[in-house]
Design a protein around this ligand. Structure first.
Ligand SMILES: Cc1cc2nc3c(=O)[nH]c(=O)nc-3n(C[C@H](O)[C@H](O)[C@H](O)COP(=O)(O)O)c2cc1C
Length: 308
């Protein structure tokens, strides 16, 4: 990243074998994915990106409204995982050489789905896979794969056995014991834990006297969930040996530093892109540089876990 070349500071981070010029990534799902979008993100200052979650077959997602802006505190969304299906993605992205870390996010309804999608995506030479575990459970109606430790174990294990690139497990905060779920993912071979996906939530329109979203319930993201995610990252750092990637409510350099201090080795930015645009990456990098110079840190690694 050219804006960093003149700096003596080391922004590089490593998540298993995935190396990034800096620790800022685009979170899954907030931008539509096309080769041109990926190039735009690559030139924005981000160190890497995660694609929108990709499923086996094309899906339209839920009916509108799918996103609701909750004033100053965030977004409520229930998109229903719309995507064109893995075969379409492979066709569209084949022979694109992004020279930039692209992590492919996968969702499915069974371990077999996840590994089948991962194997198909190998043709795109992914930098890593991120397993979106916030997907409906095949057997237990109303619950998510990420809420069932056995499913989490089986999904991660099956993908790990099928591919030879790093596998990150993205966990849901909507469980009683997040650390237990993350530990299970690590036991199954996860190379990093990404925390967190959105927090289950609802908003009701008092005039219409109905929930605002087409799907009624949705997931909350943005500033409101940051303290929830910081606590989870803090706990994961204390209990796991693999790197933790923090996500939830980051919109300024201070938010990012808070995550590093809690124990995140990298961070992802989602909702803030919708009000700050991709300029948020450079803004955070410059703030981070000032902070590191003031505190006399020479690398991100020196900040990670500093609050413990
Ligand atoms: C509109 C929207 C779509 C999302 N789609 C996905 C998705 O496809 N896969 C996924 O793993 N997370 C998805 N997420 C969750 C984000 O990646 C992220 O975990 C969450 O929004 C918290 O980060 P933030 O507060 O920076 O947005 C989505 C979030 C939003 C707001």
């Amino acid at each position: 990243m050219t804006i960093l070349l003149d700096m003596s500071l080391n922004f590089q981070v490593k998540l298993a074998s995935l190396e990034m010029d800096n620790p800022l990534m685009l979170a899954s799902g907030v931008l539509g994915m096309s080769p041109s979008t990926i190039r735009r993100v690559a030139s924005s200052g981000a160190g890497g990106l995660v694609t929108k979650s990709i499923g086996l077959d094309a899906r339209d997602g839920y009916s509108n409204p799918t996103v609701y802006v909750c004033g100053y505190y965030g977004l409520l969304n229930a998109m229903g995982l719309p995507n064109p299906g893995v075969d379409h993605v492979v066709e569209e992205f084949l022979n694109q050489d992004f020279k930039f870390p692209v992590v492919y996010s996968i969702f499915g309804s069974s371990p077999g789905d996840y590994s089948k999608i991962a194997r198909k995506l190998l043709r795109l030479k992914p930098s890593a896979f991120e397993l979106n575990l916030s997907c409906p459970h095949v057997k237990e109606v109303g619950s998510l794969i990420g809420q069932d430790p056995k499913m989490v174990y089986d999904v991660v294990k099956e993908v790990k056995q099928s591919v030879n690139v790093p596998v990150f497990a993205k966990i849901t905060p909507n469980v009683a014991d997040v650390v237990e779920i993350a530990r299970t993912a690590v036991k199954a071979g996860a190379d990093a834990i990404v925390a967190i996906n959105t927090v289950k939530a609802m908003v009701i329109d008092v005039d219409a006297m109905k929930p605002v979203l087409g799907n009624k319930a949705g997931g909350l993201s943005g500033p409101a969930i940051k303290p929830i995610s910081i606590k989870i990252v803090y706990d994961l750092y204390e209990n796991l040996k693999v790197p933790v990637v923090g996500v939830g409510g980051i919109q300024t350099w201070k938010d990012a530093v808070e995550y590093f201090l809690a124990g995140a080795r990298a961070v992802q930015i989602g909702s803030a892109i919708t009000w700050k645009g991709l300029a948020v990456f450079k803004e955070i990098l410059f703030g981070l540089r000032e902070y590191m110079m003031e505190k006399r840190f020479s690398s991100i690694d020196e900040i990670v876990g500093g609050a413990h």
